[in-house]
Write a protein of this length. Structure first.
Length: 368
């Protein structure tokens, strides 16, 4: 069959006019079953597709589309050097192997900025001029470097698996800091103040000490202060606890003294509540005995001399009451006759003589 030239007519609604051949720019719309555009055949490899305006069909190239979200999940797979990847090389798409990427990256130098390396294997670090800056020995994880000064920016050093030794005298910036172990601070160090009663290794600030402890000079204690009890007989500036005082001192009221208590000796003749020492008593006893004979200078000897009569004064007064009065000249005898009889002088001659022996008067008396 030969190619036919289509014809066209204009329909006015009631009549068909304008019957003619299609021109090269004429086309049938999509709604009428046409292509929607004046279309020429494409080149080899092209396909019929919708144009960019979605208004007609055209011939053109179509890029391969891969939906990564619906692709098979290979994240758990172990990749091999022969595994394939899609790549584009200057407009040419195709497949490459992982080993090609390894060859590509192993021979290149890249600058890492703000990158985190997880368990990297580093053989060496090179300076820009090609000199060897750091070398990582194969049998150890210790870095051996040149005597250089480097600035570490945005770097994280894991102290659990890395050991960094810094000589403080060689790093001027560290002079303003102190070591964690046995630090020596200068100036006026400050720290948070622990709450009252804290008993941990937290730093004790001056505020904590002033509110929790009493000063050494003239302290004022509150509550129930407790201190070690000094040993018996301690004569020092140690605090005397109540236990020490009770064991070492007698109370003011009704004290019970032990050992050999001593007290100032009162003056002779003192008659107060002052303690009478043995010296005071000895002086008082000596004054009582005064110059009494040796046989009467003790209370025992005096008692014996008084017949051990506790009521000696009454006994003596009673005995004196039975005696006659001298000035009564025997007129106070209750029974003179009985008295003469008892004396055997029923008849008595009393002669009074002068100094020369001359009888002055003779008195006769008879019993009556």
């Amino acid at each position: 069959m030969a190619i036919k030239t289509p014809v066209k007519a204009t329909f006015s609604g009631s009549d068909v006019t304008g019957l003619a051949e299609y021109q090269s720019a004429d086309f049938i719309g999509l709604v009428d079953g046409g292509l929607g555009a004046s279309l020429s055949i494409g080149t080899a490899g092209q396909v019929l597709k919708v144009n960019s305006g979605a208004s007609a069909l055209e011939f053109g190239s179509v890029s391969a589309t891969l939906d990564i979200d619906t692709a098979n999940d290979l994240t758990g797979q172990t990749l091999a050097a022969t595994d394939l990847l899609l790549a584009s090389d200057g407009g040419t798409e195709g497949k490459i192997t992982l080993s090609q990427l390894d060859t590509l990256f192993s021979g290149t130098t890249s600058t890492l900025t703000n990158k985190t390396l997880t368990t990297p294997i580093l053989a060496s670090f090179n300076q820009v001029d090609g000199g060897n800056l750091l070398t990582m020995p194969a049998a150890t994880d210790t870095l051996v470097g040149k005597a250089t000064t480097d600035v570490l920016t945005n770097k994280t050093i894991n102290t659990a698996s890395n050991t960094i030794t810094i000589v403080e005298a060689d790093v001027s910036d560290l002079q303003a800091y102190s070591l964690i172990a046995s630090p020596t601070f200068t100036g006026t160090p400050a720290a948070p103040t622990a709450t009252a009663g804290t008993n941990t290794t937290q730093l004790a600030t001056t505020a904590f000490v002033n509110t929790s402890f009493a000063p050494l000079a003239s302290p004022t204690f509150t509550g129930t202060a407790i201190a070690p009890t000094p040993s018996a007989g301690d004569d020092s500036t140690k605090i005397a606890t109540t236990a020490y005082v009770v064991n070492e001192f007698a109370p003011l009221a009704s004290p019970t003294l032990t050992g050999t208590p001593a007290s100032p000796t009162a003056n002779a003749g003192t008659n107060t509540t002052q303690i009478a020492t043995t010296a005071f008593v000895s002086v008082a006893v000596a004054a009582l005995a005064d110059s009494a004979p040796d046989t009467l200078n003790t209370l025992n000897e005096l008692a014996a001399a008084l017949g051990d009569d506790a009521d000696f004064a009454t006994t003596t007064a009673t005995a004196l009451g039975l005696k006659m009065v001298k000035t009564a000249n025997l007129s106070d005898l209750a029974n003179a006759g009985t008295a003469r009889t008892n004396l055997g002088v029923n008849a008595v001659e009393l002669q009074i003589q002068n100094s020369s022996g001359t009888a002055l008067k003779t008195i006769f008396g008879a019993s009556s």
